[in-house]
Structures are given as C-alpha cells and as structure tokens.
Design a protein around this ligand. Structure first.
Ligand code: F6R
Length: 584
C-alpha cells in the first residue's frame, strides 16, 4: 500500500526509481510519480495507472540532469485516482512522497488555507508538505521535527528541499521505511526489495527518527541526537523476485509451497524450540484476511487437540473493542508482512494491558516481528503476488506445530515429514483444477460450504476465488446455508463442498444434497473415497487433521488462480488490493 523509493548519488536517479517502483508494485497502487532535483530545480512527473504509463511519459519528457530523486506508488486513500492526487507533491520549497494517513489533515488544511496556502490536490499529503514548508527557515531538521509534532496519524516521508543542496530526508511513524547504503549513493525505500538490485545493506528507520542522506553519508537523528544504526544484510536472492518461468507470481508461489513447508518442518523437527501454549488459559488469535483464516484453522486445532479456549478476531475490530483478558491470556498476531496497521494496533493494545504477545510473521524485520514479546518466523521468503498463498500455508503449518508442541504429539511430528511430498502430488494434478476453472469462470456467484475446520478452509478458498477472479463468492457453515442464503442457489451456481472431517461428513453431505436438489453444480474436495461424487470430486491424500488443510487449500488456491487466468485478469495485482495494508 503506497511505495516509496529515493536515491541520492552519482547516477541519474531515473532507472533506480523506476526499478524500485516496479519492485514495490506488489504492494498495490493506482498511480505513480517521481521528482528529480538538480540544484534548486525540481521536476515532477506523474501518471495514473501502471508504472509503464509513467515510463512512457518519462520517455517523452526532457529530464533534469539530476542526481537526487524520490518516487512513489500511490494507493488512493484521500482523494480519487487522479494525476493531481498522485505523489510527489510540492508546496513552496518542499517536495515529498508519503505513505500513511494524516488523520488531522482536514483541520490542518483549514488552518494553512487561512494562512494563504493554496492546495492543488485532495490529498492529506500536501498538508504535510505545506506544514514543513511553513516551519522551514534554513534548518530542514527543525522544520521536519516541528511539522511531525503537529501531525496525527501514520506516515513515512521522503522529503526534498529546493535550496538544501543534495540532501534527501526521511522520517516515519507507523508506516515502514528503510535506508540503504550503496557504493556510489544512498537510498530510502518502503522495503529492501525495492533497492536490492543496488544494495543489500540497510537499516530500519525507527519511529520518529529522521535520516539525512547525501551521496556519501547517512546521518540518523533521534530526539535531536545523532545515533548509530545497526546495518542489516538482506538475504534476498534473485529468484525471490523473479517469476522463474511461471506466468504469474501467484502460481510460482503456490508451487513453492512444498519446499517452504519442508524447510519449516525441518526447522522445528525438534519442537522443543517452540513456545508451550499450555501455560495459557486462553488464546486470542488476531489478524486480518487470510492470516485470520489461518488463525481459525489454528484455533480449531488448539481447542480440539489441547482443550485451550481460543478466540479468533479480526484486528480491525479487536483494536477498538472492549477485550476482557484473563490473566493467563496469550495474544497471537499473525501477519505475512508484519506491517498491517490494524494488527500492529491490536498487538500494541495487548501489550499496553500487559498481556503476552506472540507473532507468527514472515518479514523478520517488520514492526510486528520487532515489537511482539516473542516472534516465530515462517520463512516463506518474498511473497510478491498480492493474494497470499505460500505464507498462508506456512501460517497454518506453524499453528499446527504449536498444537503438536502443546500436546507433545511425536507421531504427528513424524507425519509432518511426509506432507511436502503429498502436497507435491496434489499440485501435480493442477490440470484438473484448471478444468474446474474453465467450467466456472463465467459465473457471477460461487459458494463454499463445510463444517468445523472444513468451514475454515472454505473461508480461505472463497476469499482466494473472489479476490483474484472478481467472482462474488461466500463461504458458509454447511448447516447455516438453509437459513437464508440457499435462496441464492439456482441452476448452475457452483458450490464447493469441503468434506474432510469424518465426524461430520454425513451432515455436510446432506447439505450438499440440499443444494444439488436446487440444481447447483457441486464440486467436492474430500479426503475420503466414500463421499459421493455429484459431478466433480477430488480426493486429496488423507492425513491427520493437523495437516489436512495443507493439502486442501492449495487446491482452492489453484482453482482461484486458473479462474482468474481464464478471465485474463491482472492476477498478481488484483484491482483495489494492496499487499501490505499499512493504513486502517
Ligand atoms: C488475501 C491476503 C490478505 C492478507 C491480509 C493480512 O490473499 O493476502 O487478506 O492476508 O491483508 O496481511 P498480513 O498477513 O500481511 O498481515
């Protein structure tokens, strides 16, 4: 969600900024732009739509012979998707790019307008540029500090001052920003992926720190004092940001699932290196979207196998509701990016109440990874496709491992070793799922039904289908369908039935028959050959319930993927979505 890249150095910034913005595309965006600076001249070029539009415009523009620049991909929050609202924004002597939301922008704007400032866009960002300009005399550091003391909300800023030589400034609060150390120049970026072609050495900017970058040096200030930053070396390989022959990152990432699962299971083959959840009386699992659906699978396992009471909540609700904590509560935060604004807020709320927090996270340097009391890293590597696949699978696997650790189930740990090969076999059948996609891609609605843990899988399957194929889809507890939603079932509506839990198999099957009698097209995914075939049935290998979802959900991911392929959609970057949801 919004991406920032900036450079000051010996090279012309154009290539660096464009390459960085392309690497940040996965975060989601609807417009982009760059600003180039040479001495006291600033040139801003921006467009709506894809980066390729910006590249076209750059080709037709006489570019400033600059050695400092900032670039931005915008995911609209305040103000529509227009060129005026795209970043960078310039007011007076200040040009900046912004990721985040300035919550008191309306009030600040009124005050600034009364003082004579003329705004050119509907964004909250311009207000920050105006504020910094207002406080800028000849001390940029002072102006930034003063302006951010007035701003409420979240921000990562890359800032240029017309008359401040070749310096690039950066500051952040509640939105990610890193500084990168290059050979012939220095960088800022929303994440290391944006600049990894130029440097792998970087530092995380912490809350409220201000960085001043020149081509040979980076200085970071905290509360007015210059501080020393720890340099991190990124372990990203070229493969991570390459499609490696696959047509889309989403397919590549699904196909990587057996490998990353194998790595995770090997890492925890001696589960004593995992925390013991049995010491808690109650667990709250808090996350958003797919990460929350992974949490629902985990809650099913922890309750069923370990008798630990679990509540699963979406972070955007949890952060504002009255939560009644037991003294022995653990809050588990699940997040691929570790930067999801609502999940961060939920974590901070639990910490303020002195409740233990455990993060299950992919990005090791993220805010959630750093701030939670304890963090477990799933090791998915870089996930580029906006729709999560391999990270979801690893989140579920991590929760399964925590359950196995809690009930000391060594047999299940042995079974884990077989799962990657079994998943490979399922993925090998992808032509079958492509055929399902061919049958359903023109429908308007689809339903997923299941009970218990099968329903948890349905939620993820339904989300995957709708987010990438734009087909309206809903997941229902199979028994609940007839309390209203069954009125939507008519001839040919696809209903995906997930049936893996033997205890309730017959019950779900009765619900399948109910929708079949109303002419729905039934697609059953089960682990049991005895489950009737109503037209399409795929039988996944039967494994224990700890791992069954790891073989079922990839089937649903592939059906979603191929459906979007048949519709010829922008699969890795579905409309309106962002990979890293850094605003509320
Ligand atoms: C769906 C998807 C989202 C994320 C959600 C949380 O495919 O990717 O629903 O799961 O936005 O993101 P993280 O895990 O980064 O906190």
């Amino acid at each position: 969600m919004c991406g920032i890249v900036g450079y000051v150095g010996e090279q012309h910034p154009k290539e660096i900024l464009i390459s960085g913005l392309k690497k940040l595309e996965y975060r989601g965006y609807d417009s982009s732009g760059i600003a180039l600076k040479k001495d006291d001249k600033v040139q801003i070029i921006k467009t709506v739509g894809r980066i390729s539009n910006l590249e076209e415009k750059l080709k037709k523009t006489d570019l400033l012979d600059a050695n400092i620049g900032i670039g931005h991909t915008r995911w609209a929050t305040h103000g529509g998707v227009t060129e005026e609202n795209a970043h960078p924004h310039k007011i007076g002597r200040v040009t900046l790019v912004h990721n985040g939301i300035i919550e008191n922008a309306a009030n600040l704007k009124t005050e600034l307008e009364e003082e004579g400032v003329i705004f050119n866009s509907n964004t909250d960002t311009e207000v920050a540029a105006a504020l910094i300009d207002k406080y800028y005399d000849d001390n940029a550091l002072f102006a930034i500090k003063k302006a951010i003391s007035k701003i409420k909300g979240s921000y990562a800023f890359g800032i240029l001052f017309d008359d401040d030589d070749d310096k690039l400034y950066a500051v952040r609060k509640d939105s990610p920003l890193i500084i990168g150390y290059g050979k012939d120049g220095n960088f800022i970026a929303s994440d290391i992926a944006a600049i990894v072609n130029y440097t792998k050495d970087y530092s995380l900017l912490d809350e409220g720190e201000i960085a001043i970058l020149t081509k040979n040096n980076i200085e970071v200030f905290s509360n007015g004092e210059m501080i020393h930053k720890k340099v991190i070396h990124a372990n990203i390989t070229a493969e991570d940001s390459d499609k490696c022959g696959y047509e889309h990152f989403m397919l590549k990432e699904i196909m990587e699932e057996p490998k990353v699962l194998d790595n995770l299971f090997k890492k925890y083959e001696n589960f004593s290196n995992l925390p013991d959840l049995l010491k808690y009386k109650e667990i709250h699992i808090v996350a958003c979207g797919s990460a929350m659906y992974a949490g629902i699978i985990g809650a099913n396992l922890l309750e069923e196998k370990c008798n630990i009471k679990c509540y699963v909540e979406c972070a955007s609700e949890y952060r504002y509701k009255k939560v009644i904590y037991d003294r022995k509560t653990l809050v588990i935060l699940i997040s691929q990016s570790g930067e999801t604004a609502d999940t961060i807020a939920a974590m901070r709320k639990a910490k303020e109440d002195n409740i233990d927090t455990l993060a299950i996270v992919n990005v090791e340097t993220s805010t959630i990874a750093r701030e939670a009391d304890n963090a477990l890293f799933i090791g998915a590597g870089v996930e580029v496709a906006v729709a999560t696949t391999k990270a979801y699978i690893l989140q579920v696997a991590m929760l399964a491992l925590l359950t196995i650790r809690a009930n000391q189930n060594k047999e299940a740990l042995m079974e884990a070793k077989k799962i990657p090969a079994l998943l490979n076999k399922v993925l090998g059948d992808r032509e079958i799922f492509e055929n399902v996609a061919k049958e359903i891609y023109q429908v308007h609605d689809a339903f997923f039904i299941g009970r218990g843990i099968d329903y948890a899988m349905c939620m993820e399957g339904s989300l995957k289908l709708k987010e990438v194929s734009y087909i309206h889809s809903e997941a229902f507890q199979a028994g609940e369908l007839k309390h209203g939603t069954i009125s939507l079932i008519e001839k040919g509506v696809p209903v995906f039935a997930i049936i893996t839990d033997k205890k309730i198999m017959d019950k779900t099957e009765s619900n399948v028959v109910e929708v079949k009698s109303r002419d729905a097209s039934i697609y059953t995914i089960t682990n049991n050959n005895e489950v009737p075939n109503h037209g399409f049935r795929y039988v996944v290998p039967k494994v224990s319930s700890y791992f069954q979802s790891l073989l079922v959900v990839p089937v649903l991911q592939l059906i979603g993927y191929y459906t979007a392929c048949y519709k010829n959609l922008d699969i890795d970057k579905p409309r309106n979505l962002a990979k890293s949801v850094t605003v509320e």
